[in-house]
Design a protein. Structure first.
Length: 394
């Protein structure tokens, strides 16, 4: 019987000995090869049915749920391809010679040494009045940005007085008195909104400025169009910034617009003397500027644009006269008189005068790069609840 029991128990004893030999740290028989221990793997956790916890305080053994991740702010979509991107230089030149209107608006050179081709005349509209139609030609992008911004303001503030639209450019660009810029269809003078009946070229201050409308309009310009700069008197800037802070706008964002310690960017809104009667807005034109870059040499070669005049500034010294200045700058006396509105040859020592120079349209150095719009943080609130997301900008 013992032999029978031994035959039954022997296999189990051998299995137990093999299991012990496989444990880490177990002693190997002398002379036997040591085997690596097996890598432990964690068994998959059993599936548990998800349940919604009841409302109320958490129990001592319960852990709070992980908060949902905040979605990243929307990214600005890539702009569509340039309308002329598929044309080679040879094809582009043929279009220029055979069907120039098909090229659309073209902004050439810089705003103070530039020209405009295929400009669009700013029309009168229900929400604005054009001051001088002869000098309100711009690129299509500029005209559409002006129309959009004024219309958006009127959507937020119904029954708003019409805004005055001043000079943009002449039909073919170039110099227009008394401006130094306004030569390439990208600059515009816009009136302020007033708490009294709107008039053109009225000095604005805290007593007559319609601050809510002017701030809302400024915000629409910088968040819903591609603004390069806004030139505005610093006293008006101060009033608008204080109002925007009271309305809960983000201080760091406002510093990026007006300047301040919370921003290292160059301010978008800058002081310029003489801009307490109007603001001067300069737009980037993604399409018109890139067209100008590609067409520049072709248009010069075919004499399709007249090199516009640019100006240098000269401070008169004692003993100077117009004849001597004209000779120095290789320009006619009557050209200096015309540029400065002089009715005689009398000039005053210490005063600065504009001296016209013909130097041609400045060629851009490289492709146009438009920086991202300066949008407020997503949690920011506007003057009248006006918020913008990057995805809806273009």
């Amino acid at each position: 019987m013992v032999g029978a029991m031994s035959r039954v128990l022997l296999p189990f004893l051998l299995i137990g000995l093999q299991a012990c030999a496989a444990l880490p740290g177990s002693r190997h028989p002398r002379g036997a090869a040591a085997t690596q221990p097996a890598v432990a793997t964690r068994a998959p956790a059993p599936e548990v049915e998800e349940t919604t916890p009841a409302d109320g305080p958490l129990g001592p053994d319960e852990t709070p749920e992980e908060p949902e991740a905040t979605p990243p702010p929307p990214t600005e979509p890539a702009p569509p391809p340039h309308p002329l991107a598929k044309l080679s230089d040879e094809q582009l030149e043929q279009e220029l010679l055979n069907d120039p209107d098909s090229l659309g608006s073209v902004s050439l050179g810089q705003t103070n040494r530039g020209a405009l081709f295929n400009g669009v005349l700013m029309p009168d509209g229900p929400y604005w009045k054009v001051v001088n139609p002869r000098q309100t030609w711009g690129t299509r992008e500029t005209v559409e940005a002006i129309e959009h911004s004024i219309t958006r303001l009127n959507e937020e503030f119904p029954d708003t007085q019409p805004l005055y639209v001043g000079d943009i450019s002449e039909k073919h660009g170039g110099h227009i008195a008394p401006h130094i810029s306004h030569q390439a269809g990208r600059d515009v003078d816009l009136g302020y909104y007033y708490s009294v009946p709107n008039q053109w070229y009225v000095r604005a201050d805290g007593s007559n400025l319609d601050i809510p409308r002017t701030w809302a309009f400024t915000k629409i310009l910088v968040t819903e169009s591609d603004v390069e700069h806004i030139f505005m008197d610093r006293k008006i800037q101060k009033v608008l910034k204080e109002y925007a802070l009271q309305q809960g706008e983000d201080p760091a964002w406002l510093d990026s617009l007006f300047g301040g310690p919370l921003s290292h960017q160059r301010p978008l809104i800058m002081h310029e003397d003489g801009h307490d009667t109007h603001m001067h807005v300069r737009f980037y034109n993604r399409i018109a500027q890139e067209s100008g870059r590609r067409l520049y040499r072709m248009m010069i070669a075919h004499h399709m644009i007249k090199p516009p005049t640019y100006y240098v500034h000269y401070k008169v010294k004692r003993g100077d006269n117009l004849g001597r200045i004209a000779k120095r700058y290789h320009v006619k006396i009557k050209a200096i008189k015309r540029a400065n509105g002089l009715h005689s040859s009398r000039i005053i020592a210490g005063r600065t005068y504009k001296i016209p120079q013909r130097g041609g349209v400045t060629a851009p150095r490289s492709a146009i790069v438009i920086p991202p719009r300066r949008l407020p943080p997503p949690t920011g609130s506007g003057t009248s609840g006006h918020t913008t997301t990057a995805a809806a900008q273009r």
